[in-house]
Write a protein that binds this ligand. Structure first.
Ligand code: OAD
Length: 252
């Protein structure tokens, strides 16, 4: 493992542009459930694909609202873990570093990462389901059994996240794809690599000649195309990796 970390550190240090793609796994050690873990994942407790969909919201807005407020409560109780902090540190050590996340939590920002592209939106933001006007929730609305009405058009307010069957924000996807095309190294952290277009980004980087480094306790579609698979938890591997890059910089 030490040699693998050193190899990855060399690639990051030499890269003029690094892109990092994160998924639910980077927040697992903060106690935020991943999506597909059979025992504790969000999918095991709820039919997440039904709740996180325009059809589910239309059928039962109160149920969807309460599910999101439960997830928001979980998030409020969570704090960034050493993996989040290591990524913020790496951003300061690399020449150019862009963090792209599929996560709707804000743990990267809380750990000090400045520029974060959110492919799937944010659990902390709300907007009107029809006119898209942003909405700031009051404490009372947070505790309510059903979503509030938009002050502008009267339709229901919803979380500003991407639901199943909805398109991702095209400008964010374009920026992430451009960065993947132009990077020299891509770190992929804690994602099952099953959901597109996010899962396409490591392939774009690989085809453009970048070194792809996958960090995950389990092998999967990304590790099979990666130049290096660092098998383990991001909260353990990323601090070692950031430490190695920092040492190399200090000794340069
Ligand atoms: P998944 O739940 O599909 O995958 C989580 C990944 O994290 C798995 O590959 C785990 O092996 C890995 N993992 C678990 N613990 C880890 C740890 N401590 N360190 C590193 N990795 C760990 O989550 P995503 O790939 O993020 O989309 O899912 C992608 C998208 O699917 C989500 O953004 C969501 C969902 O549908 C939307 O909500 C639109």
């Amino acid at each position: 493992m030490r040699e693998d970390i050193d190899w990855a550190a060399r690639r990051l240090e030499a890269a003029s542009r690094v892109v990092c793609l994160t998924g639910a796994g980077v927040s697992a050690e903060s106690g935020v459930p991943t999506f597909r873990d059979a025992q504790t994942g969000l999918w095991s407790r709820f039919d997440a694909e039904e709740l996180a969909s325009p059809e589910g919201f239309e059928r039962d807005p109160g149920l969807v609202w309460r599910w999101y407020m439960w997830r928001l409560d979980q998030l409020k109780a969570a704090a960034p873990n050493p993996g989040h902090f290591a990524l913020a540190q790496l951003a300061g050590l690399c020449e150019r570093f862009l963090l792209v996340t599929q996560n709707v939590d804000s743990l990267h920002e809380q750990a000090g990462s400045g520029e974060v592209l959110h492919l799937h939106g944010s659990l902390l933001h709300f907007r009107c389901n029809s006119c898209a006007a942003p909405h700031h929730l009051t404490g009372e609305q947070r505790r309510a059994e059903s979503p509030p009405a938009c002050g502008l058009c009267g339709d229901l307010v919803r979380p500003d996240v991407v639901w199943f069957g909805e398109s991702l924000p095209w400008d964010v996807v374009e920026e992430a794809a451009d960065a993947a095309q132009g990077c020299d190294a891509m770190l992929v952290i804690g994602t099952s690599g099953l959901v597109y277009p996010a899962a396409q980004l490591p392939l774009i980087a690989k085809r453009a000649g970048a070194a792809v480094i996958d960090v995950n306790p389990e092998p999967g579609p990304i590790s099979s195309i990666a130049d290096l698979f660092l098998q383990g938890k991001s909260g353990e591997i990323l601090p070692a990796l950031a430490g190695s890059v920092a040492d190399r910089r200090a000794n340069a």
